[in-house]
Design a protein around this ligand. Structure first.
Ligand code: AZC
Length: 817
């Protein structure tokens, strides 16, 4: 069925060392009028990037032409966040030229790693959701699937975090300062996006009612495309990010630079503070901006194919990644009806067939709502269409479902527009991101919708790009795997299972231990360079890396650390295996409580790390500015993976998968994908503790939890909590009180005290287990061997088959396999 017009070649042998050096030399000369030998690292990085882009550009063009020629159905993944990190090495790996480039640079005494470090992280996201979108981009291209990303090109990515006196300080992330070598600005594909104004209906010359808009603000959306290079398959898909400009036709409207600034700032920063009215307005405008631009460009493409409208859903799938792009639904309706005179009924039928939605959270505060007045004022046509969708929803459900249920599920309730409701009503698929999460959506969070549209609900457990999180970030482990089970795992992560055959092989276990040790030493060096803290690389490296949030319970980790600290203080001779607790986490700038926890962890670190009686038995390291690149350093070096959110609160988690893949052993609650990790490795190879989700809900039901009771009856909890306010920990008067209040006065919303004993008990078991090296290594091996199941390749294939109904371009050849 696939008659590709072009033969796409990819993979190894694409370029020789000689050719590469020739190209690189040419680019350095053309771009900077100098020789390679005279180029700075920055210049060399840029020239190399340009050279690499030159290598895949043809494939990029061919991939696109193939999609066009085959008229294949494509998916457009709309996400307000993408977190690709650095692209140089991943592009080299996927092109199969990592080694050629490494060797070519060596000829000039340049280390590829140094050059790679020059690249700024593309940090256009906050955390899990954005990183998932980027793992999916890599996996979609690597699976040969026709899929494109659609998002925002923020001038400033997620803030850079520094600690000053233990406090988080946020600095702007000027990732574009030196330019972005990977992107291509496409002026010819720019579109206008309309905001505000007055919108009303008026008969047109053909007698039909048409929409008239006056006094609108018109902004120009300019796309910047980045190639998403597939793994050794010659496919290059597109991630399209939109940037705002003032169209030349509108120039005259603005009298001053300040007036222009307001509009030019629309795509300036990721997640503007939404705690004030102005911030919220910008955020809503951002959502509409990238949605409208993206949908316009999709429709422009579809029109090129010259098909009747009813074919739209056979050619296009649009994915709404969390509710931020939910305006895709009314925007597609608008374009079909207002610009092409498609009837409401047909437009609605097509829209719901094209759209699908992923929910990433059950935290109520993260379910987006927009005040109607804001929508009415800034996006009046969107408001009209949403209102009509809501009205028709109510009418269509009346008589079928009871009135209360309809009221609870409608889109406009009181003064609020519920974006999740819009996303569910206007699409054909709603999925959660781990089995437990999807079950909770059906049973609790979105239960009402589940009774109305049971067939729309499904689960797609998250996955990760093994290429970045193992092949690239952990070369020592990758080499051991190659030697032990061959290289097929590099293409087929499920083949990691072959490692199970070696679980009792002392030589393999020893090799794995060595690979881990090498990464731990590298991290120890990095820790010393960046923080000055000297850690013992043979200690247990215990890692908690994720956004700072109360439900993720970094504080529970800290409570346990304090328990250990007091134990050693009381009994300095006690035999305790040395442990380094490593944190990486950013707190939202407006999230005061999370920032207090950062401060307290830093102060405890300061206290413990300088305490002579503790020595290297206990060290606490909070590495600043956690991001993708830092994760690539920490994860390969981890012995222990902390996944200790309150059961039911973490939708899935993905660092849990990355850590497991790198041989860390998980200590976890039965939350999110931890449940599936447990199923994959078995109870003996993971440390599970704490309340189950059912027990948590039972407490909600019976309202019978008393944190104070735990405090009063448990002497260790008592001792540890007192430390926050009795001066044992210096410099935390305000924060210490705030934390104790959250636990005692406000009854410990996330049940830290309830889970404390169970957590300590699991930690003690783990500590014991680590001291049996062979046993620990075997356990680690079993975790690596079973991590293949959490591959993003597998996950996107499930999306492709069950939700998007798209197929790979053709059965691509794995060259060089
Ligand atoms: C995160 C979830 O918190 C995390 O559990 C999940 O693994 C990840 O998405 C990917 O699905 N959510 C977010 O990052 N943000 C929001 C708004 O949910």
């Amino acid at each position: 069925m696939f008659q590709s017009v072009f033969v796409i070649k990819g993979g190894k042998g694409m370029i020789t060392k000689k050719q590469l050096i020739k190209e690189l030399r040419k680019n350095v000369q053309e771009m900077y009028a100098i020789e390679i030998e005279d180029a700075t690292e920055q210049e060399l990085f840029f020239s190399l990037g340009t050279t690499i882009k030159g290598i895949y550009n043809k494939n990029w063009q061919k991939t696109w032409n193939n999609y066009l020629a085959e008229e294949q159905k494509q998916v457009y993944y709309f996400s307000i966040e993408f977190l690709p990190g650095k692209l140089l090495k991943s592009n080299l790996l996927n092109l199969g030229i990592l080694e050629v480039v490494r060797e070519s640079l060596a000829e000039f005494s340049v280390d590829l790693e140094d050059l790679a470090a020059v690249e700024k992280d593309m940090a256009l996201g906050n955390g899990g959701l954005g990183r998932l979108a980027s793992c999916f981009m890599d996996a979609i291209a690597s699976s040969g699937l026709p899929g494109n990303g659609n998002g925002i090109r923020y001038d400033y990515g997620l803030f850079k975090q520094q600690f000053v006196d233990g406090y988080q300080v946020e600095l702007p992330d000027e990732w574009l300062r030196n330019g972005n070598v990977w992107e291509i600005r496409r002026d010819s594909k720019a579109v206008n996006v309309h905001f505000g104004g007055d919108v009303y209906m008026q008969p047109k010359s053909n007698g039909k009612l048409g929409v008239v808009a006056e006094n609108e603000t018109i902004l120009r959306a300019v796309p910047y495309d980045t190639g998403m290079v597939g793994f050794e398959n010659g496919i290059v898909n597109t991630m399209r990010l939109w940037s705002v400009e003032i169209p030349s036709s509108e120039e005259g409207k603005y009298r001053s630079i300040e007036e222009r600034r307001v509009f030019e700032d629309l795509t300036a920063v990721l997640y503007p503070d939404d705690s004030n009215a102005r911030g919220r307005l910008i955020r809503l405008a951002q959502e509409y901006f990238f949605v409208s631009a993206g949908i316009q460009s999709i429709i422009r493409y579809f029109k090129k194919l010259n098909h009747p409208w009813h074919v739209l859903s056979e050619k296009v799938a649009i994915h709404i990644n969390d509710t931020h792009p939910a305006l895709c639904i009314p925007e597609l309706m608008r374009i079909l009806m207002d610009e092409y005179e498609v009837s409401w009924e047909q437009a609605w039928d097509l829209t719901s067939k094209v759209m699908s939605y992923t929910n990433h959270t059950i935290m109520a505060e993260a379910l987006e709502k927009w005040p109607t007045y804001l929508m009415k004022r800034s996006l009046p046509r969107m408001y009209q269409i949403i209102k009509e969708i809501d009205r028709r929803y109510v009418v269509s459900m009346s008589g079928i479902h009871d009135a209360a249920l309809i009221e609870r599920t409608r889109i406009i309730q009181g003064e609020d527009i519920h974006m999740a409701n819009l996303a569910i009503i206007g699409s054909h698929s709603t999925n959660g991101v781990a089995k437990l999460h999807s079950d909770l959506l059906k049973a609790v969070v979105l239960h009402d919708f589940y009774t109305i549209y049971p067939e729309r609900f499904n689960n797609k457990t998250n996955g990760i790009a093994q290429r970045r999180w193992l092949q690239l970030s952990n070369e020592p482990l990758s080499r051991v795997l190659d030697e032990t089970i061959g290289k097929s795992w590099r293409h087929e992560p499920a083949d990691l299972k072959l490692l199970m055959n070696y679980q009792n092989d002392p030589i393999v276990l020893e090799k794995l231990a060595k690979a881990k040790q090498q990464k731990k030493e590298e991290l120890a060096k990095y820790i010393q360079e960046t923080t000055g803290i000297i850690v013992n690389p043979t200690a247990i490296f215990d890692v908690q890396i994720k956004r700072l949030h109360a439900y993720k319970r970094q504080l529970l980790n800290l409570l346990h650390i304090l328990k250990l600290y007091f134990e050693i203080k009381e009994n300095p001779q006690a035999s305790i295996y040395p442990r380094v607790f490593i944190f990486g986490a950013k707190a939202a700038p407006s999230y005061a409580y999370a920032k207090s926890i950062i401060k307290v962890i830093n102060e405890v670190a300061n206290l413990v790390n300088h305490d002579q009686t503790i020595g290297d038995k206990l060290k606490i390291v909070f590495l600043p500015n956690y991001n993708v690149s830092l994760a690539e350093k920490i994860i390969p070096a981890a012995d222990v993976s902390e996944q200790i959110s309150l059961a039911s609160k973490e939708a899935s988690g993905t660092s849990n998968m990355k850590l497991m893949l790198n041989g860390a052993i998980t200590i976890a609650t039965l939350d999110g994908a931890n449940v599936e990790i447990r199923d994959a490795v078995g109870d003996e190879n993971i440390y599970i503790f704490g309340l189950t989700e059912a027990e948590v809900y039972a407490y909600y039901e019976n309202k019978n939890y008393s944190a104070r009771e735990v405090y009063e009856t448990n002497p260790i909890v008592h001792r540890v909590l007192n430390a926050f306010v009795d001066g044992s920990i210096p410099n935390i008067e305000r924060e210490g009180q705030e934390i104790v209040d959250s636990l005692l006065l406000y009854n410990d919303e996330y049940f830290l005290l309830r889970d404390f004993d169970a957590y300590c008990e699991a930690q003690a078991r783990l500590n014991q287990a680590y001291q049996d090296a062979t046993h620990w290594q075997k356990c680690s091996l079993i975790n690596i061997a079973n991590a293949g199941t959490f591959s993003a390749d597998k996950t996107v294939k499930q999306y492709a088959e069950d939700i998007w109904q798209i197929e790979p371009l053709f059965a691509h050849t794995h060259q060089g396999r």
